[in-house]
Design a protein around this ligand. Structure first.
Ligand SMILES: [Zn+2]
Ligand SMILES: [Zn+2]
Length: 318
């Protein structure tokens, strides 16, 4: 599995000479996997990093796109509104996200593309998009198979099939082994809105990637989150603020993390590698790198946790 960081900035896209190394695109991470059908791409969030992602994917002949939304704040959707995929009727496009009361991903795009906020009416272009509103994310599992495509199943049913080593039906009358799938689990994130974190398990290789963005520092870490993060090979986590900014700069409650929280999470969930993301829009390269130094300073002798700052356009082997 390979992760590409197309956008690692939080809140607002930025560009200036002090931010060239880290980059200024807002959140968009691509997940490449041996489990994806030919021409199929997977991304989490559609911040402004979605434009360079889509440009490269279309150049490579993208036919199907699965877009998973952690939530719908502007820094996670605004790239989708201006990049080609949403306008391309020939592209199979799936958009997943939480549904709160009657408001899911379809209603979100209808709203943010309403005149006078967007030049093209949503109704005129949305026929090629399949929306997957998910009411209770922890109770569902999404699977993608290289020949079977995608399916969403109840978690209980998934667990029964997994335990019995029984193939899962993908709806087209065909069943495929779970062991050949990219399996996507979801867990609630701590943020002002209903926000989701995604766990990608590439079953043929056993590799696990989790994107935990827009996650507020938690004083106590719930067992459910520790279990959700178990055996994660790469965690990319929101570390927007230093401890000082968080405690004395009035940033507590904004829904973002710190190096201290990342290190604490790594210890309880036994994670070996964390990339920091959702960089503050005012943080120049040195300030982002200082957060990594702050995290490393918390490590005890013998602790081998690897910490790094995610940068736009970087590739991470999982
Ligand atoms: Zn955000
Ligand atoms: Zn947010």
């Amino acid at each position: 599995m390979e992760i590409i960081a197309w956008g690692t900035r939080g809140s607002l896209p930025v560009a200036n000479s002090g931010m060239v190394k880290i980059g200024g695109n807002t959140t968009c991470f691509e997940v490449r996997s041996v489990c994806l059908p030919q021409g199929t791409h997977v991304v989490v969030d559609g911040g402004t990093g979605f434009l360079p992602f889509a440009t490269e994917a279309l150049r490579g002949g993208m036919k199907n796109l699965h877009l998973f939304h952690t939530h719908y704040h502007h820094d996670h959707t605004q790239g989708v509104l201006i990049a080609p995929p949403i306008f391309m009727q020939s592209l199979g496009m799936h958009i997943y996200g939480t549904k709160d009361r009657s408001f899911g991903p379809k209603q979100v795009y209808e709203r943010i593309m309403e005149p006078p906020f967007h030049p093209v009416s949503f109704g005129a272009i949305s026929q090629h998009i399949t929306f997957h509103p998910i009411e209770l994310p922890p109770t569902r599992v999404i699977l993608i198979h290289p020949e079977g495509g995608q399916v969403i199943v109840e978690r209980e049913r998934f667990l029964q099939h997994e335990e019995a080593n029984r193939p899962l039906s993908f709806g087209s009358g065909q069943s495929f082994p779970i062991s050949e799938c990219l399996v996507v689990f979801m867990h609630w994130t701590e943020h002002p809105e209903r926000t989701v974190t995604y766990r990608f398990e590439e079953r043929p290789t056993g590799k696990v990637f989790v994107l935990l963005t827009d996650e507020e520092v938690r004083a106590g870490i719930p067992t459910s989150l520790i279990e959700f993060l178990s055996k994660t090979d790469l965690l990319i986590q929101d570390v927007q603020y230093s401890q000082e900014e968080y405690e004395k700069g009035g940033k507590a409650g904004f829904g973002h993390g710190t190096p201290e929280y990342a290190v604490r999470l790594a210890r309880v969930a036994h994670i070996g590698r964390i990339g920091f993301t959702h960089h503050d829009p005012l943080a120049a390269d040195g300030r982002v790198e200082a957060l990594v130094i702050e995290g490393k300073a918390l490590l005890q002798p013998g602790e081998t946790l690897q910490l790094f700052a995610c940068q736009d356009y970087d590739h991470y082997e999982v």
